[in-house]
Design a protein around this ligand. Sequence first.
Ligand code: ZN
Length: 185
Amino acid sequence: MNKRRPLVPLDFIPADLRQPDVATATENALLRSDVAAAVEGMFAAAADDGVALTLVSGYRSFAVQESTYASWVAQYGDAAGADTVSARPGYSEHQTGLAFDIGQADGACTLVLCFRDTPAARWTATHAADYGFVLRYPLGYHEITGFSAESWHFRYVGKDVSLAMRAAGTRTLEEHFGLPAAPSY
Ligand SMILES: [Zn+2]
């Protein structure tokens, strides 16, 4: 999904949400069950490599996304600014239960630009595809994805897709599936 491909219906709720058994920065980090299992595998592998990840954000309902987006509009003063960093309700990958944000266990650079230079970001950029995840909003692809770079936001796509994209050097789902770019709504 992206700014041209909303959820249908807009207030869609996934059926099989559960809390993964990993360190979380919030009490509300639900993911779909198969995604939660993949997250558990990735976090354990990172820990084995000495990288302590935390789950910062998982599923967000339509109603929660309404307030999240509204707070960004208030911060920027208009929708144009908010639209570069936050999805409108019904258009957020977080509402699918397939997407999540990671952080460092020490909280460094949570959800801000400098996260990209942390061990957590470097490790996941290299290994996430092995667990079926893609970094959904890579640096320099905002004209395709519609969003500024987010080195913390991952989307579950399954290993068939994630490994094929890594092998081909494809950075966005739009390009992988031959879909139009979605810079705006
Ligand atoms: Zn996110």
